[in-house]
Design a binder for this molecule. Structure first.
Ligand code: SAM
Ligand code: SF4
Length: 334
């Protein structure tokens, strides 16, 4: 008998979707200037998916061929009992990788439990090594606990740790070399992200603060030798390796090197909206499906399969125009 081929999610453009980012909360202990506003209003608790609903939706995705799940937010580690969700998701047959993006503020306390729950890799956001700048960029955050959290994560034995850095002109562009040195000294990877125009922000003009990946690369090349790498982490980053240290440096460049053609992912917001593209509003309300027939995984899978037909070709980010997307990154699930 011919073997049944595994299920796959395929969109209209032939792209296979095998990666889901689950936002477990839109709340956060920081208020990063590029991500959200100081007075951001959060989704009321009853409208946020429960951990059980998240686990069921995660299972539905893995039964449809998704093999990588990233937990994100908001700050995923401020959600109560999130480690229990990690255990449930990591145990799903078919899931190869459960990973997490975090601002690091809770890692000193939680790193061992997260590792024990089955999370393999962490992305930790760090835009500066200067305490005052850190406070200015995050508005409510402190550098020292994050650095301590990174050390706790190193001790906890994750397979890979990566630093994520958003570079803004005149704020932290002079730190690309110190940040790479910091990563290299600790055996960490680092990725630089171009700021994306998600939501209106009052702190700065995003076009004025734009600092391209190419400029970052040129800055690094004044000190290091960057060798192109074929490495892929299954996300949008293009990678290089620093010859002198072996450090992997990624560039996530929505403006200068559009990555939509190879998009393999979708996002679920904390209130259960399945976003088919980071930079478009096409979405499906999976919370309505999950709450309409609680526990019924078949209807969830039907809704997810059908959603592939509205996955758009790509984003249309334009830093010079008013943002087309009104939701901020914390509400999107970065
Ligand atoms: N709170 C966690 C953190 O900061 O790592 C996870 C969620 S956060 C939204 C995920 C990533 O998105 C972070 O690395 C953050 O720097 C990045 N980010 C937030 N707003 C962004 C924007 N407007 N453009 C580009 N990256 C952004
Ligand atoms: Fe919070 Fe992450 Fe957004 Fe910063 S980037 S405000 S840490 S969700």
């Amino acid at each position: 008998m011919a073997e049944k081929s595994p299920p796959q999610l395929i969109d209209r453009f032939g792209r296979i979707v095998d990666y889901v980012r689950l936002s477990v909360t839109d709340r956060c202990d920081f208020r990063c200037v590029y991500c959200m506003e100081p007075d951001t209003r959060f989704v009321p608790h009853p409208e946020v998916l429960t951990l059980e609903e998240l686990a069921l939706i995660g299972r539905a995705f893995t039964e449809l061929g998704v093999h990588k799940i990233r937990l994100t937010g908001g700050e995923p580690l401020v959600r109560r009992n999130v480690v229990k969700l990690m255990h449930d998701l990591a145990a799903l047959p078919g899931l190869r990788e459960l990973v997490l993006t975090t601002n690091g503020s809770q890692l000193e306390r939680l790193a061992p439990a997260i590792r024990a729950a089955g999370v393999k890799r962490l992305n930790i956001s760090l835009d500066t090594l200067d305490a005052e700048r850190f406070a200015r960029i995050t508005r409510t955050g402190q550098l020292a606990p994050v650095l301590a959290g990174i050390e706790a994560a190193r001790r906890a034995g994750f397979a890979e740790l990566k630093i994520n850095t958003v570079i803004l002109k005149h704020r932290n562009e002079d730190e690309v070399i110190p940040l790479v040195r910091y990563a290299a000294e600790r055996g960490l990877d680092i990725s630089f992200i171009e700021e994306m125009p998600l939501g209106v922000i009052g702190d700065h003009d995003r076009a004025e603060a734009y600092y391209s990946s190419d400029r970052i690369r040129a800055d690094l090349e004044t000190v290091f030798t960057l060798l192109p790498s074929t490495h892929s982490s299954g996300g949008p980053a293009r990678y290089y390796r620093i010859a002198e240290t072996g450090t992997r440096v990624g560039f996530i460049s929505p403006h200068s090197h559009n990555f939509c053609a190879t998009c393999n992912r979708v996002r679920l917001t904390a209130e259960g909206r399945l976003l088919l593209c980071l930079g478009q509003e096409h979405s499906v309300d999976l919370r309505a499906v999950a709450r309409g027939q609680p526990g019924n995984i078949a209807v969830l899978k039907d809704a997810i399969r059908a959603a592939m037909d509205i996955k758009p070709l790509g984003h249309e980010f334009n830093l010079a125009a008013k943002p087309l997307i009104f939701r901020h990154m914390n509400a999107t699930g970065g």
